[in-house]
Write a protein that binds this ligand. Sequence first.
Ligand code: SF4
Length: 389
Amino acid sequence: MKKKYLYTDWMADFHCVGAECPKTCCGKWNIAIKKEEIDKYKELAQRHPFGEKILEALDEERGCMKQCHGRCALLTEEGWCKIVLECGEEHLSGTCTTFPRMIQEFGDVLECTVEIACPIVAEYLFDNKRIGFCLDEIDDGTEEKPQQIDLELYDALSLARSFLIDLFQEYDASCSAGKVYILFSAVQAVRDMHGKGELSRQGMQDWLSQWDERGIAAVMGGVEPIMKREELKAVQILRLGELLISSHALEYILSDLEDSTLKEDVIRWIGGIDDFKDKLREFCHWRDEHYALALENYFVYALFREWIPHRMNMARFGKTFFIRIVMWCIIQLCALPVWERQGEVTVKEYALLVMGIERALSHSEPILDELVRVLEDENSIAKILLYLI
Ligand code: SF4
């Protein structure tokens, strides 16, 4: 069966660095193992001397690998996987084989990327290179028919996503707030059209027609002054910090960043708002000089990964983009004290921050809901934009 593979150049470039990894994915996370994989390991144990060790390391009831000192029980001190060493790579579970690759199937289109929950992938955000996209048609040699999807819906959402990705990648890089404003407008337009049963390719094309060069320039001109209100921005960002501390969401979000002092920093910054405002301005200036495309890449990555919801479940549509603003803000607030201490934040340091926050959130639906609740009173676009640092 011929299938179309739409993938990022990150996917083509990525290689796991194994034992060299600064934060292996085999640590802390519970690695999910499916029932049929457990059965295969049981069968392996009948004929391979290491099979029994694998069974001992499995938590059959919870469907995952057991942990030992916060790492997968089958990870060596040096960071190698014992299943690979003893039995061969072909015996790895689906989760271990796939991560950080992510494939979403929409009919005969397979959308493939790698996730920034891996620190090596997160480094790509800071490469100062735009994310590239490739499309190949490959016969997978099977007769398996693609799953049925609502093609009209996929088409309309793809059209909007292509426009937004082009906007983030091609328009003047200094206009990030305007781009995010248009992204939020698109979320709202899709929700409205979908709610009225009018989300179609034609409907989307009609909505997009307003965004010619003049339309975009008008938004950029209108939104950028909001971003220049530095005093207000500083107050708003610290208010978000306070809200997160009091909701306890921050504790969870920072759980993968052992050295984070963010809670103490927020309290310190609240004590001297003018000082915070100046530091924020200097830091953002430094960051934009060194990592000019980081924010664009972050949102292009999110658009490709999340704009079309998993299984096209429209009840989830758009939710993550509000959260992405908060996550971006927290990443910057964690990077700021590093920059204060050493005058720079290296790509590796930034990547570990991104990875830590992504890992905490990617497996916690309750925390995502908590963040949406925290933002409920804040969800006017102007206020949300003030978190954009
Ligand atoms: S986090 Fe990424 S680089 Fe590190 S071990 Fe996992 S896949 Fe490999």
